[in-house]
Ligand binder design. Structure first.
Ligand SMILES: Nc1ccn([C@H]2C[C@H](O)[C@@H](COP(=O)(O)O)O2)c(=O)n1
Ligand SMILES: [Zn+2]
Length: 160
C-alpha cells in the first residue's frame, strides 16, 4: 500500500520557497519564492539577495544608515529574482508563486506583468504597510488571486 503521509503540492512548493529563503544573507528577513506552472512543474525559484556581481560582504545589511548604507537600495527581492531567474523557453503566464512573505508593491508589479495568476504567501507581517496595501490593490484590479498558505503546522526535520 502506498504511503499516506506524503506532503501536498502546497507543502512541497512552500517547502522549496522556505528552503530557498535559507540561502538569503539578510540578517532580519529571509524570503524565498517558488513559481510553478498549471501542471505543478517548478519553473523557477529565488530568494532575497544582492544583485549578481555585487559582493555581499561589501554591501550594507542594516535597515537604516547614513546615505547609501541601507540594504533597501540594493537587495533584489525573492519574487523578482525568481521571475528574472526563469530560464525556460515559455512564459510565466498562468503560473502560481509560492512566497514566504507577501510581495511588496514593486514585486507585485513584476508578478502582474509576468502573467502570474496566483500568489500563495506564508507571512503577511507587513500587512499594515502602504507597500503591501498597494500590492493588494493592484492584485485585485489585475485579477491576481492571493491566498494565505494554510498548512503552517506540518513539521519536517532532516539533516543537511
Ligand atoms: N516580499 C518581499 C518582501 C521583502 N523582501 C526582502 C527585502 C529585504 O531583504 C527583506 C525585508 O527586510 P526587513 O524590512 O524585514 O528588514 O526581505 C523580499 O525579498 N520579498
Ligand atoms: Zn518585493
Amino acid at each position: 500500500m502506498k504511503r499516506s503521509d506524503y506532503i501536498t503540492w502546497d507543502q512541497y512548493f512552500m517547502g522549496i520557497a522556505i528552503m530557498s529563503a535559507n540561502r538569503s544573507k539578510d540578517p532580519n528577513t529571509q524570503v524565498g519564492a517558488c513559481i510553478v506552472d498549471q501542471d505543478n512543474r517548478i519553473l523557477t525559484v529565488g530568494y532575497n539577495g544582492m544583485p549578481s556581481g555585487c559582493n555581499d560582504d561589501e554591501m550594507p545589511w542594516d535597515r537604516e544608515g547614513e546615505g547609501m548604507a541601507s540594504k533597501y537600495f540594493f537587495v533584489c527581492h525573492a519574487e523578482l529574482n525568481a521571475i528574472l531567474n526563469y530560464r525556460g523557453g515559455g512564459t510565466l503566464r498562468g503560473s502560481r508563486c509560492y512566497v514566504t512573505l507577501f510581495p511588496c508593491n514593486e514585486c507585485a508589479k513584476a508578478i502582474i506583468q509576468s502573467g502570474i495568476k496566483e500568489v500563495i504567501y506564508m507571512s503577511d507581517k507587513y500587512a499594515d504597510s502602504d507597500s503591501t496595501m498597494a500590492s493588494k490593490k493592484m492584485f485585485e484590479m489585475a485579477g491576481v488571486k492571493y491566498t494565505e498558505y494554510e498548512n503552517k503546522h506540518k513539521k519536517i526535520e532532516f539533516e543537511l
